[in-house]
Design a protein around this ligand. Sequence first.
Ligand SMILES: NC(=O)c1ccc[n+]([C@@H]2O[C@H](COP(=O)([O-])OP(=O)(O)OC[C@H]3O[C@@H](n4cnc5c(N)ncnc54)[C@H](OP(=O)(O)O)[C@@H]3O)[C@@H](O)[C@H]2O)c1
Length: 319
Amino acid sequence: MKAIVNTKYGPPEVLQLKEVEKPTPKTNEVLIKIHATTVNRTDCGFRKPEYIIVRLISGIFKPKKTILGSELAGQIEAIGKDVKTFKPGDQVFGLSTYNFGTHAEYICVTEHSSIAPKPANISYNQAAAICDGAFLAMAYIRKIDFSKKPKILINGASGSIGTAGVQLAKYFGAEITAVCSTKNIELVKSLGADKVIDYTKEDFTKNGQQYDVIFDSVGKSSYFKCKKIMKPNAIYFSSELGYLWQNIFLSLFTPIFGGKKVLFPIPKDTKEDIVFFKELIEAGKYRAVIDRTYSLEQMVEATKYVETGEKTGNVVITL
Ligand SMILES: NC(=O)c1ccc[n+]([C@@H]2O[C@H](COP(=O)([O-])OP(=O)(O)OC[C@H]3O[C@@H](n4cnc5c(N)ncnc54)[C@H](OP(=O)(O)O)[C@@H]3O)[C@@H](O)[C@H]2O)c1
C-alpha cells in the first residue's frame, strides 16, 4: 500500500511517499481502507519535533512511529475473528491520536479504539476533518461549568481547535466572544459566536469586557496578559505550553490559591467522544470546517501550508 513515511525527524521534506506492507488485522482489530485523512498541528509537532517531550514519547534520535496522521474516514475492509461491533463494508471515522498511521491507504485499529460509524449526512472528507480539533477542544470544554451560561472568549476561533471550541461551547450553552482576523469573521459567526473581535483591529484585552473563561486555542496570548479581563473565579486555558512552559507551572499552582486559575487538561481521545460528535453532526449541531484539500502525493505541500499557522479549520488529504 502507499503511505507517507518519515524515518527521521526534520522539515516537511522528510515525508516520503513509499510502498509499504499492507497491515493484516489481529483477532480484535478491523482493517480500514482510508478514504480521507488530515494534516494537523500534532502531525507537525511530532515530525519536527517541536518539543523535547515528543522525543521522549516518540524516540530520542528517530521516530518509532514512521507513519504520521491521526484522523481518518474510510471503510472497513476486513475484521479479526473476535470483532463484534463492525463488519466489512461499514463506513467509519475517528482518531488514531497517539498511534498515528492514518497517512496511508490502510490502517488496523482495535474495534474498541476511537472509531465510530461515519455520520450518514457527511462525506469522507468532512468526516476526516471532525475529530482532532473536536477532541482537543472537548478536553477544555469538560472543565467548564455551563450551568450559568458562562461568558467565554475564544482566541484563535478560526483554527482547528477554535472552530471546534466555538461550536461545542455554543452547544453546551455559553455566551461566546470569538477572536479572529477580518477574513474569518463571518465564518465564526456562522459557527455560533455571539460577538467577534478582529485581532488585526482591536486588542481583546483592552475593551473593558470581563469573562468567566478565556480559551486561547492558538496559544498566542498568555495568562498574565489576560488576567485583567478574567472575572474573580475565571479559568484561563491555552492549547500551548506558553513561554518557559508557564501554563504547566501555572496550572499546578494557581488552582491551590482559589480565584483566577490556569488549567491545562491533557486531551484523551475516546470512542464515547467520537460517538458524541457523530450524534451532534447528525443533529445538524456540528460541522467540519475545511480550508484546503490535497492528495497523498501532495503531503509535503499540505504540511507546509499547515505550518504557516494560518489555515482556517482543517486541511484534508484525500486518498
Ligand atoms: N494541547 C494539545 O494537546 C495540542 C494538540 C495539538 C495542537 N496544539 C496546539 O494548539 C494550537 C492550535 O492548533 P490548531 O490546529 O487549532 O491551529 P491552526 O488550525 O493551525 O490555527 C490557525 C488559526 O489561528 C489563527 N491565528 C493565527 N494567529 C492568530 C492570532 N494572533 N490571534 C488569533 N488567531 C490567530 C489563524 O487565523 P488567521 O489566519 O485569520 O490569523 C488560523 O485560522 C497550535 O499552537 C498547536 O500547536 C495543542
